[in-house]
Ligand binder design. Structure first.
Ligand code: 13P
Length: 266
């Protein structure tokens, strides 16, 4: 498992690339090599993670060998094995070298109909095999305009984390990804991100206690790019980013990594 450095404030900083359903075998391997090269020598200074599509996990794992860049997947099933045609077990992800899995992404909630109840089952299954879960939260534009952001985050929190054994809480990372900012070029202001992250942390404190909540890494996602990353990451509650489009260009992704982990420049 890659080393994740504790940032000022004691929390772990992390920059994760969500490659979504992009790349080819060749471009995935090239991108992974470029990211590994870009963060070479920074082991222990921060957490950098890439999440390629399932079929490319093996070749990306090979490209990342001996690098501090961690590997994650974008989804998993809620059982460890069985007759579930087409599904992927969290144990298989571990066996392929994954440390992380993204769950509850808004594209899965909204385009594939995943419910909080389904997500909670996936979360419990993934943490059981030792994966760290990047659990996504976020409101739609109509929900934000109706002042329902906190209500939505609260509902997603209660539903997606139902039944989680308390000793698994340290395996969680949260990502606040307002749906209206994903793939739109429109990002939350640093203040909007800060407020949503602070709400999630208060909610975590109520559920898991202050110590666990203070240690929880909360990423911002939604049109993060090299131009806006520094201002978002300057907020005390923003512990890094979950990057979509900009993670597909090595230079852009590495610039974002530098904005989050400024000491990581060799
Ligand atoms: P974009 O950075 O492309 O807006 O995507 C964000 C995201 O969904 C990351 O999971």
């Amino acid at each position: 498992m890659s080393t994740i450095h504790s940032a000022a404030g004691g929390r772990k900083k992390l920059v994760a690339g969500n490659w979504k359903m992009f790349t080819t075998p060749q471009s995935a391997a090239e991108l992974a090599r470029a990211v590994a090269h870009g963060v070479a020598g920074t082991a222990g200074r921060g957490g950098v993670l890439v999440c390629p599509p399932f079929p490319f996990l093996g070749l990306v794992a090979a490209a990342l060998e001996r690098s501090p860049v961690a590997l994650g997947a974008q989804n998993c099933f809620h059982e460890l094995e069985g007759a579930f045609t087409g599904e992927v077990s969290p144990r298989m992800l571990r066996d392929m070298g994954c440390d992380y899995v993204i769950l509850g992404h808004s594209e899965r909630r909204h385009k594939l109909g995943e419910t909080d109840e389904l997500i909670s089952r996936k979360v419990r299954c993934a943490v059981e095999v030792g994966l760290r879960v990047i659990l996504c939260f976020g409101e739609t534009l109509p929900e934000r305009e109706a002042n329902k952001t906190e209500q939505v985050l609260d509902r997603q929190f209660s539903g997606s984390l139902a039944g989680l054994p308390p000793d698994k809480v340290p395996q969680l990372v949260f990502a606040y990804e307002p749906v209206w900012a994903i793939g739109t070029g429109r990002h939350a202001t640093p203040e909007q991100a800060e407020q949503a992250h602070a709400f999630l942390r208060r909610r975590a404190a109520a559920a898991f206690g202050d110590v666990a909540a203070r240690a929880l890494t909360i990423l911002y996602g939604g049109s993060v790019n090299p131009g806006n990353a520094a201002s978002l990451f300057a907020e005390p509650e923003v512990d890094g980013g979950l990057i979509g489009g900009a993670s597909l260009k090595a230079n852009d992704f590495l610039d974002i990594v530098k904005a989050a982990l400024p000491t990581s420049t060799p």
